[in-house]
Design a protein around this ligand. Structure first.
Ligand SMILES: Nc1ncnc2c1ncn2[C@@H]1O[C@H](COP(=O)(O)OP(=O)(O)OP(=O)(O)O)[C@@H](O)[C@H]1O
Length: 690
């Protein structure tokens, strides 16, 4: 996939995306989390880019949600799903599911949603999901105990690029190589020419090292796994609890991870631990060994009665001999025992094995008091121990890295599968929570909803009364105040939006005619001034003209240039017939009632001629019908009557029925009650409603 061919991806964004390991796959999979790891790309932008890629793949011109209220309904629908995700990843991934007018896209999500709905949302799985996150790239690794060496300037540059984790040194000959071997615990020579050269230290000649960087820097694999250890463990837990098929043997993976410390070092290796402790404790052990010897010697001296003959004393004084020689003569055995104790202590404390001989030389044979260690020998011992520790660590790292490298792809697949499960479970829970079914998306116009219950209502979901409503063509929805007209529009809007997202809808059954554009105008608060009124009228004028233009263009086979891109999803290509749905709530409030009715009648007539599906909620249904030149159908949400001063409403609109308004119902009640209407005032009033 050409990155720049994705809508919304310019040269700069494409360059940022190229920093990712596999930007094409991230785009193809709608992997918002990966896309958001590109420099300067926020998660919101990543979701837009992923949507752009999906649109490009499906040749989707976009522009489905054509008004502010339509976009709000999409956002509300999305929130119902994202509220049910455990991971941020799943929430972002759901944002790539958008309402589309393109059948192939709708079908793609439908088949995903259908298998998602078969999932059982188990609380233990949700719990396990909470620690899963997309795999992260480890920060830069710097390895200081190894270096690469070459004689060739060109190879030097290649080596720096291929293995930036270690220093690369230029050497002219074996002597310089030997110098490096003294500074680094391992030197990897890249030139064949060094093969067979005998140098002290860990010098390896590996002409192919640049092709297998991980053999030189096993840390590359180890830091990756160390950084992601908890995420991989959590994903493995999800697989166990949810009984998913894992892409590798989980026990092998987990036991390899158990050998890895969070800083990327190897744990659980006794020999390495022994050597590491020996290096760390060397100074303390030497000093304690000294004390052991001196304590022994001091006690021995204290207990000793030294008898010196006068001539001996004289000769000692004359020769200027020190106490040492006296010590040597009188306490040689005690000194030997003390030193032996010190040596034993050192060897035992550091658990030394093959370096025992060196360690024993740390305390000299020549008697002296106090007993002192040899700095040189201790330094040599330190060098030997450090080299042994580093070599052991490198070998263990190498072995563990070899094991883990084989499981790297499987680990990534393991985490991906866990995250995808979260996306699917969110859909399953949404469907469960709101008793959803998969709608039928047809190529004929109109909507038909049975037992629809909107989760967007301001009442708890289990108190929402089911609504049946079907509309073909244009219709006015009349009804009592607070009868549920706006709520019905919201239900139609939500069901239409979810159906075009490819998702299940909160209804016992639903059939939705596929549309390309969805216009929903919410109720305007209060009368508009002249300027705002003109602007609103223009909006509807443009909508009618646009629908008209599109039908004509489709008939001609010529592309229309209509651009309903208010949602920023890019231009609508308009080369096809673009069926629309228009929902409008009480447009009458924009101006005086007489004028409003005429305006609504005109808009409805125009939309009707153009085969749009439209529902206009209005209290002026009768006036609209009178003002219209064609027959306009009217549906009504009726009150079943008044009970204790409260309206009892039948929430499902009745087809072809102009519902009586609340004032009419009250007048009727007063007229019916003969005692209140002795002079027939209320009956006359009621007559005026007919
Ligand atoms: N299907 C339903 N089930 C339960 N309660 C409902 C349902 N539909 C509407 N309601 C309740 O009725 C209230 C009023 O609904 P709504 O605002 O849709 O009425 P309306 O007919 O548009 O009112 P108005 O004529 O004043 O604009 C809602 O806030 C909700 O509490």
């Amino acid at each position: 996939m050409e990155l720049e061919s994705v809508p919304g991806v310019g040269a700069k964004t494409a360059a940022a995306l190229r920093e990712l390991d596999d930007p094409e796959a991230a785009l193809r999979d709608g992997d918002v989390a990966s896309l958001a790891r590109a420099p300067g790309i926020s998660e919101g932008r990543a979701a837009r880019i992923a949507r752009g890629a999906i649109r490009a793949e499906h040749d989707d011109p976009g522009g489905f949600t054509a008004t502010k209220r339509a976009r709000e309904i999409h956002e509300d629908a999305l929130a119902l799903l994202t509220d049910r995700t455990v991971t941020d990843y799943a929430a972002k991934r759901l944002e790539t599911i958008y309402p589309s007018g393109v059948r192939s896209r709708i079908e793609e999500v439908r088949s995903f949603a259908e298998s998602a709905m078969a999932r059982e949302p188990d609380p233990a799985v949700l719990d396990a999901l909470s620690a899963v996150e997309p795999l992260a790239q480890p920060g830069d690794v710097r390895v200081r105990d190894r270096c690469l060496a070459t004689r060739d300037a060109e190879r030097y540059a290649d080596a720096q690029a291929a293995i930036p984790e270690v220093s690369v040194e230029v050497v002219d000959d074996a002597r310089q190589l030997a110098e490096l071997a003294r500074s680094y615990s391992t030197v990897v020579a890249l030139d064949e020419a060094f093969a067979g050269v005998d140098i002290e230290g860990d010098v390896r000649v590996e002409p192919n090292a640049l092709e297998e960087p991980e053999s030189v820097v096993p840390e590359r694999v180890l830091t990756f796994f160390a950084r992601n250890r908890d995420r991989i463990r959590a994903a493995a837990e999800v697989h166990c609890v949810a009984d998913l098929d894992a892409p590798c043997d989980l026990e092998t993976l987990l036991s390899a991870l158990d050998q890895l410390d969070e800083d990327g070092s190897v744990t659980g290796d006794e020999e390495l631990d022994r050597l590491t402790t020996a290096v760390d404790d060397l100074d303390a052990a030497v000093s304690t060994a000294e004390s052991v010897a001196n304590d022994h010697l001091r006690e021995a001296i204290e207990e000793q009665d030294v008898t010196i003959e006068g001539t001996d004393l004289l000769s000692l004084v004359e020769r200027g001999a020190g106490v040492d020689s006296l010590l040597q003569r009188e306490l040689a055995d005690e000194y030997a025992a003390a030193v032996e104790k010190a040596r034993d202590h050192l060897v035992d404390a550091l658990a030394l094995r093959d370096m025992e001989a060196t360690a024993r030389r740390a305390f000299p044979d020549e008697p002296a008091y106090p007993v002192e260690h040899s700095e040189d020998v201790v330094a040599r011992l330190r060098e030997e121990l450090t080299a042994a520790r580093d070599q052991r660590a490198t070998r263990r790292k190498q072995e563990l890295a070899d094991d883990l490298a084989e499981m790297r792809e499987a680990a990534a697949a393991l985490v991906d599968a866990a995250l995808e499960l979260d996306v699917e479970l969110a859909i399953a829970r949404f469907a469960d929570d709101f008793d959803c079914t998969m709608p039928e998306v047809t190529e004929s116009e109109g909507v038909a909803i049975e037992g629809g219950r909107s989760p967007l209502l301001d009442v708890p979901f289990d108190e929402v009364e089911p609504v049946d409503y079907a509309v073909e063509g244009v219709t006015v929805l009349s009804g009592v105040n607070s009868g549920g007209k706006t709520s019905t529009l919201d239900l139609v809007a939500l069901v239409t939006t979810l159906a075009h997202m490819g998702l299940p809808v909160p209804a016992a059954s639903a059939r939705i005619g596929r549309i390309s554009e969805f216009h929903y105008h919410a109720k305007t608060q209060g009368t508009l001034d002249a300027g705002a009124f003109e602007a609103t009228l223009r909006e509807f004028g443009d909508l009618v003209a646009d629908v008209d233009h599109r039908s004509a263009a489709a008939a001609d086979g010529a592309p229309a240039d209509g651009d309903a891109t208010a949602d920023g999803d890019g231009p609508a290509a308009g080369t096809d017939d673009r069926p629309v749905m228009v929902l409008v709530d009480e447009l009458e409030s924009i101006t005086e009632p007489g004028a409003s009715a005429k305006i609504m009648a005109g808009i409805l007539e125009a939309l009707g001629e153009r085969q749009a599906t439209a529902i206009f909620v209005s209290h002026l249904a009768r006036d609209i019908r009178e003002a219209a030149e064609t027959d306009i159908s009217i549906d009504g949400i009726e009150a079943k009557g008044l009970k204790d001063g409260e309206l009892r409403v039948e929430r499902s609109p009745v087809k072809g029925k102009l519902a009586r308004s609340t004032p009419e119902l009250i007048v009727e009640k007063l007229a019916d009650d003969g005692a209140d209407d002795a002079d027939g005032f209320y009956s006359d009033l009621l007559g005026k409603f007919e």
